[in-house]
Design a protein around this ligand. Structure first.
Ligand SMILES: C[S@@+](CC[C@H](N)C(=O)[O-])C[C@H]1O[C@@H](n2cnc3c(N)ncnc32)[C@H](O)[C@@H]1O
Length: 743
């Protein structure tokens, strides 16, 4: 792909850098002309779209080899490795080839079921048997193995039925004898029947939504969501399935490619290619939109068994999914031909393909009016993108269109109009797609380790486009939060929200984690907008203390700032000459007069001065202070290194504890560095086994947050002193904001 980008002539690259949504037709047309005559381009498209070139195609020989390895491990009692080899074989085995008299995939499922049963995974073993039976309903050994798994699970009635059918389908006399023996044993111990559904895809949390939302235009952030009524804390306000979603590359082998939950040991693979894994056949079919394993012919043995048993067989071997459920969500179907492009192109480009295909399927889109960017009706940020990103979008749009041509040439003609529309779609996806996250525990059983700790991290597993969810703007002090069950997005309030207020979630950075400059930088780099949330657009007290120093006077609790912070915050004050709350209404003459009047009231004393205490005005030499702090921080840095290597020495901890005293002497008590240093020491002491001391430092870290909140709630002016112009200000832009969370 890099070669394709660098091959573009400089003049065209410049045009692309200068392009706007309105001039895309011209740049796309030039790019298309250039690529049409470039052999490298044609070669690359061939590699990406030719199943013969695809490394992700199925491979019978490789599958048989993995199966043989699995058999060898199984015979040696090495069931874990047998399981691994059978799973590997299943991933690459073509569905339509036989191995001896049986279908290869069915045999592999049965072999894996045997390994799973030996390893104690009875439920998984039974599911694999059912999968083998869906392919080969008269597979006596699969019924027999299923009976064993069901017996282990205490499902004796099912086990008896399985054995009866196994008896019916078994052809050898010795086999029949063995089955009969097993049947007699289970009949002797038969207990209660219990049902056991296979599939795990379930995103139902049918809690009704409690509020009615409206999408309203905001002066600084475009459209946004608000509520008609007051909304209590913890109300579920939004629930939505994605328009399209895709697994991220690093989770391809650990999470289901449809519901994005962690994969079980008996994961199933895509029927046609060797890219996706699914947690169940239901997810597999929902993603691929087909039931290729469905057997067409009525199995002979059904004629000889009772009606009840026949129902039982149909229940086990039929597909547990209706054709209406398959619907339009068959998002992997068009990628599923053993071709390379879905595996190679970036996730958001493949996601754009899914959006396009879904639209084509749903709307019987005729290609005559290719308003592709209107599919999602979402905002885009093309003009704000870097030159490099614009170039990338051009190249990927052309490639994606080539890849989709195989199926949709008549719907998506290969021309510059469609390419420019795809570029718009890609830039919409960049701004609006959400990361679906899952919690990852260091220990799968979610228990505390020997040190009494458990590490939990949030992992981004998939990227999805939610049409409604995309209308929620960002705030660094959000009042709603998102969570996901399977693919479904849920949004819930985190505080009481009054009617008409904006409902805003966090796209990442939050107050208390980073200062205003860092948050805005991050959002601009990632999403190309300058944050105008209530915390960023105004002078925010938590942003002042998060990196602040102590006043040199021991009796004063005021704040001292360095020049980078004062410069940034003073710029906000300057911009506030037109108060934020009035900015959208400046056309109104009366309000404009009021605004000018208010602005005149901000004089030079409203400016923050670097190095001077905001409360008493005492001076601190920031440069000298910074030098001492850097030395102290180097000890904390050393401690962090030893924590990473899990080898904590007493000396390192002692030095870090000494240095924290220095930090506390010079830094404001609510400075983020103090809380982080306390956290690090607590972690090190945990590793060293000194849990009481660890608790004390944890407590100290928590107190920074707690005290912070307490101080802000009780006397917001302690930072400045009562005489400072920031205190008791009536101006909306300078009101002290609510309490941030230090994390
Ligand atoms: C997912 S969309 C949200 C809906 C969007 N406002 C619209 O009109 O469709 C994200 C875009 O909204 C705008 N936005 C969201 N939060 C913002 C904020 N805090 N400050 C400024 N712009 C914001 C930015 O243009 C951003 O690229």
């Amino acid at each position: 792909m890099e070669k394709l980008k660098s091959a573009i002539p400089e003049t065209l690259k410049r045009d692309i850098s200068d392009s706007t949504p309105n001039s895309l037709h011209s740049t796309c047309s030039s790019l298309l002309d250039f690529y049409q005559n470039l052999p490298l381009f044609h070669q690359l498209v061939r590699d990406l779209t030719d199943p013969e070139m695809g490394l992700c195609g199925k491979n019978k020989e490789a599958a048989l080899e993995a199966k043989a390895n699995g058999n060898a491990c199984f015979s040696n009692g090495d069931f874990s490795n047998a399981l691994r080899f059978y799973s590997q074989a299943l991933h690459i085995a073509p569905t339509d080839v036989d191995d001896g008299e049986k279908n290869l995939v069915a045999t592999l499922y049965l072999n894996r079921a045997s390994s799973l049963h030996k390893l104690g995974f009875s439920l998984e073993s039974s599911r694999d048997c059912s999968r083998a039976l869906k392919i080969s309903p008269a597979y006596a050994k699969a019924w027999f193995r299923r009976a064993k798994a069901n017996a282990s699970l205490g499902n004796h009635d099912d086990a008896i039925n399985d054995l009866k059918i196994s008896l019916e389908t078994e052809t050898s006399l010795s086999g029949k004898r063995q089955i009969q023996r097993e049947l007699n044993i289970i009949l002797d111990h038969s207990g209660k029947r219990s049902s056991m559904p296979e599939e795990s895809y379930d995103n139902t949390q049918d809690e009704p939504l409690q509020v009615e939302l409206q999408c309203a235009f905001t002066p600084t952030k475009g459209r946004g969501m608000t509520s008609y009524t007051d909304v209590p804390q913890a109300s579920l306000i939004h629930k939505e399935d994605p328009y399209a979603a895709i697994i991220l590359k690093h989770c391809r082998e650990t999470h289901c490619h449809f519901c994005f939950n962690g994969l079980p040991v008996d994961a199933v693979s895509c029927i046609s290619c060797s890219i996706p894994f699914y947690c169940s056949t239901k997810c597999q079919m929902l993603a691929e939109g087909c039931g290729s394993f469905e057997h067409k012919k009525q199995p002979e043995f059904l004629r000889n068994i009772t009606d009840d048993l026949e129902d039982y067989v149909r229940n086990v071997t039929s597909l547990s999914i209706t054709s209406s459920e398959l619907g339009y969500d068959a998002e992997h179907k068009h990628e599923c031909q053993g071709v390379l492009w879905p595996a190679v192109l970036p996730s958001d480009v493949v996601l754009a393909g899914r959006v396009l295909v879904k639209h084509i399927q749903q709307q019987s889109y005729d290609g005559a009016h290719p308003k592709i960017h209107a599919i999602l009706d979402l905002c885009q940020n093309y003009e704000k993108l870097s030159n490099e990103s614009k170039l990338e979008l051009h190249v990927y749009a052309v490639i994606l269109l080539c890849c989709l041509q195989k199926f949709y040439a008549s719907k998506l003609p290969f021309n510059s109009v469609i390419i420019s529309e795809i570029i718009m779609l890609l830039s919409q996806i960049r701004v609006n797609s959400m990361a679906i996250v899952r919690m990852k525990y260091s220990d799968a059983n979610q228990t505390l380790d020997s040190q009494g700790t458990m590490s939990v991290e949030q992992v981004r597993v998939a990227q999805a486009v939610y049409s409604g969810g995309s209308l929620f703007n960002h705030s660094c002090q959000p009042n709603v939060h998102t969570f996901f069950l399977s693919r479904t997005l849920f949004i819930q309030t985190t505080e009481y929200v009054t009617a008409g207020s904006q409902l805003e979630l966090s796209y990442g950075p939050q107050v208390g984690q980073l200062n205003c400059f860092e948050r805005r930088q991050l959002l601009e780099d990632r999403y190309s907008f300058i944050c105008q949330c209530r915390s960023c657009a105004q002078v925010n007290l938590s942003d002042l203390v998060i990196n602040a120093y102590r006043c040199v006077k021991p009796t004063c609790s005021g704040v001292v700032l360095d020049s980078s912070i004062t410069k940034y915050e003073n710029e906000k004050i300057r911009l506030l000459k037109v108060p934020n709350s009035l900015q959208g209404y400046m056309h109104d003459e009366d309000i404009s007069t009021v605004a000018s009047h208010l602005c005149e009231e901000i004089d030079d004393s409203s400016r923050l001065e670097a190095g001077h205490c905001l409360s008493c005005g005492s001076y601190r030499d920031i440069q000298a202070t910074q030098k001492t702090i850097s030395e102290a921080e180097s000890y904390i840095g050393r401690l962090q290194d030893t924590i990473a290597g899990s080898e904590v020495s007493n000396n390192t901890v002692r030095d870090a504890i000494k240095s924290i005293d220095i930090l506390k002497t010079f830094l404001h008590p609510f400075n983020k560095k103090v809380a982080e240093a306390e956290d690090n020491i607590a972690q090190a002491l945990c590793l060293a086994g000194d849990f009481q001391a660890a608790m004390d430092h944890c407590q100290a870290s928590i107190e920074v947050t707690f005290e912070f909140k307490h101080q802000f709630q009780s006397k917001t002016c302690f930072l400045f002193g009562f005489s400072h112009p920031f205190c008791g200000f009536g101006m909306p832009g300078l009101k002290p904001t609510p309490i941030p969370d230090l994390q």
